[in-house]
Design a binder for this molecule. Structure first.
Ligand code: ADP
Length: 637
């Protein structure tokens, strides 16, 4: 069985390795097709939609000759709102310059104010209007006409929300900054807070397109004015700041590319997934994507694997360096090296099956099932063996006890028989001189016959009890009378006048249903033991009493107690638990020379139980033993 299981395991392992290789191959196919899909997506995003996470740029060049392409345009195509760049800048008109001269050099504010206002009424040109309004606001502020200044800036905010100053400063943001300062000066904190909030939402709005330096300038001024914003808004401001600096760097990259005419552009930094390049000549235009595979793989592979291998059974590694590739564990079937498909760099993907724990494997594979069956059968065999050994040893023990019993019984029989034979012989040879002596001999022979009779009775009873065929004849009796009758008989057996046999009747028991012979046998066996194991003491106490039962089964019911107490050798702790077993005899050293067959107490116990009672024993080595029988007073027995 073990061999088959083992062969099964080997075959299974080979099969498992093959399966693993196959699984990993299929997995790699899935992974690469997912990668293809994502690269296509990146390409189309480069072309059409804003790509929030990865900004990209567009470069167009003309190619009059193949060698030296001419870059005609380069710009960032990424805008947070997806629209293309439509910067509008405001050139400073002539008239404004003249008025500014009056304002700044001559400091003739009233003239400057009326000139600016004149311009406002006459002109329809936006840049001129913006400059005029800014001039007005500035003068009102300088001359302490705060309300007028605030209103002027409000006009700018409302009428020119999109306009830019000097190419890159939003007029609205500048006006709001001025308003915040003015409201602070007039202690209008509510209005100041409102203007500040409006500026913040303007700065974090996704449609804002300004240079990094302008953004930082506005943010610094707002901070200097004690700008306050919620944590959320602050985080957005920071993000927008980072974005502008990022776009700034991207812009620089484009400038660099344009300068170098694309000759040695470097996309190795994995910040950009790619650049979309458009080449134009007079008749046609061509597109190309320069993709940074490092960037794509770094950003996408984790997700691809997470999606395809949801149970995380595999681990992976990309080997970019093709030299010195060695696969260490190929034979185990848990690793596989796969080339990237054509169109990708000449990299390799190393996929390994993650180690699963021993227990998981046990329950997952058929190998485990076989092993479990094997272990189960093995345990079953061990259990069978243990059981067999146990019953065998029990049987042997019993056999030993039985032969011991036969030898014990033979010895017990032998003594009285020998003495009877001896006395009969003497009488037969008429060697007895006096009648008195003859009488004595006959008496002894009678007693020995009684003893033999008692022994035989015990053995017969034991075999009946063992076979469960003992019949009891329950009749109404006085237990005290049975005991009183037995004492002289037993005294006769002892044949020693000095021996004290004290019967104390504390309570006279009522008439009870008893098997008289059986009860006599119980008492006789107990007295016989007390006598046999009494050592040097010559006293046995028999006490008859009654009590309300404390025993669980018969609680509260009246019961009769018969105690037989001796002052002999006592019973060891070890023996106490076993003395009621059939054929069991106490410690051989202690019972040396005392005849017995080990069935006396077995009979006692069974008879007491047949009367619905129980027996208890208390003993102390060399102090004595007390057996107590508890018989329920129950006419129904
Ligand atoms: P046995 O024929 O050996 O007396 P029993 O079944 O009557 O067999 O008793 C079993 C064992 O219990 C005895 O061998 C003895 O070791 C112990 N035993 C019984 N009664 C007494 C007693 N009164 N004092 C000491 N030991 C006793």
């Amino acid at each position: 069985m073990g061999f088959f299981a083992f062969r099964g395991l080997r075959n299974d392992q080979a099969l498992r390795e093959k399966q693993n290789q196959q699984e990993i191959k299929l997995l790699s196919i899935d992974i690469f097709s997912e990668l293809d899909m994502r690269v296509d997506l990146i390409k189309s995003e480069l072309l059409s939609h804003p790509y929030q996470e990865h900004p990209y740029c567009l470069i167009s060049w003309q190619k009059p000759d193949q060698e030296n392409p001419q870059i005609i345009q380069g710009r960032m195509v990424y805008y947070p709102d997806g629209s293309s760049s439509t910067e509008s800048s405001l050139p400073i008109p002539e008239q404004i310059n003249e008025i500014q001269l009056i304002e700044f050099s001559k400091e003739d504010y009233p003239s400057a104010i009326s000139l600016y206002q004149l311009l406002l009424n006459e002109q329809n040109n936006d840049p001129v209007k913006v400059q005029a309004l800014l001039g007005l606001g500035r003068i009102y502020k300088k001359t302490g006409q705060f309300d007028e200044a605030i209103t002027t800036y409000q006009t700018l905010i409302e009428n020119h929300p999109e306009d830019m100053l000097f190419d890159n400063l939003p007029v609205k943001a500048l006006s709001l900054l001025e308003q915040i300062a003015l409201f602070k000066q007039t202690s209008n904190s509510v209005a100041s807070k409102k203007a500040s909030d409006e500026l913040v939402s303007f700065l974090i709005s996704p449609t804002l397109r300004i240079e990094q330096s302008s953004y930082e300038y506005l943010l610094d001024r707002w901070e200097a004015l004690g700008g306050e914003a919620s944590d959320d808004d602050r985080a957005k401001l920071l993000k927008a700041k980072n974005l502008t600096s990022y776009l700034h760097r991207l812009n620089e990259m484009i400038t660099g590319l344009m300068r170098d005419q694309l000759s040695h552009h470097n996309l190795a930094s994995d910040e950009y997934p790619g650049i979309f390049i458009q080449a134009r000549d007079s008749s046609s235009s061509q597109f190309a994507w320069v993709l940074s595979m490092d960037s794509i793989v770094n950003h996408e592979f984790e997700q691809i694997f997470g999606k395809i291998d949801q149970e995380k059974q595999y681990s992976w590694e990309i080997i970019r360096d093709n030299a010195n590739q060695s696969i260490t564990d190929e034979e185990s079937g848990t690793r596989l090296e796969v080339n990237f498909p054509s169109g990708y760099p000449t990299w390799k993907l190393l996929i390994s099956k993650a180690e699963i724990s021993g227990w998981q494997r046990l329950f997952k594979t058929s190998q485990g099932v076989l092993l479990l069956v094997f272990v189960f059968i093995f345990l079953l065999m061990i259990a069978g063996l243990v059981f067999m050994l146990y019953t065998l040893s029990q049987e042997m023990k019993l056999n030993k006890m039985k032969s011991q019993f036969i030898s014990n019984v033979s010895h017990e029989f032998k003594t009285p028989l020998t003495s009877i034979r001896h006395m009969t012989e003497i009488m037969h040879l008429k060697r007895i001189d006096s009648e008195e002596r003859k009488e004595e001999y006959l008496q002894t022979m009678l007693e020995q016959c009684d003893h033999l009779g008692h022994l035989i009775e015990n053995i017969l009873d034991f075999s009946k009890i063992e076979e469960d065929i003992k019949n009891y004849r329950f009749e109404s009796h006085q237990l005290d009378e049975i005991m009183q009758d037995l004492i002289p008989v037993f005294k006769g057996r002892i044949g020693d006048e000095q021996y004290e046999l004290n019967l104390e009747i504390k309570d006279v028991p009522p008439q009870m249903l008893l098997d008289k012979d059986a009860v006599q046998q119980v008492l006789f066996n107990l007295l016989d033991n007390a006598y046999k194991y009494s050592q040097n003491s010559k006293r046995i106490d028999i006490i008859l009493s009654s009590q309300s039962s404390e025993h669980r089964a018969q609680e509260g019911q009246k019961e009769i107690l018969v105690s037989v107490r001796d002052f002999g050798i006592g019973i060891s702790e070890k023996d106490l638990g076993r003395i009621f077993e059939r054929f069991y005899r106490g410690d051989r050293l202690r019972t040396e020379g005392i005849k017995g067959s080990g069935i006396g107490l077995t009979i006692v116990n069974r008879i007491v139980k047949a009367h619905g009672g129980r027996i208890e024993v208390k003993s102390q080595i060399d102090k004595g033993t007390t057996f107590t029988i508890y018989l329920p007073v129950n006419e129904e027995v």
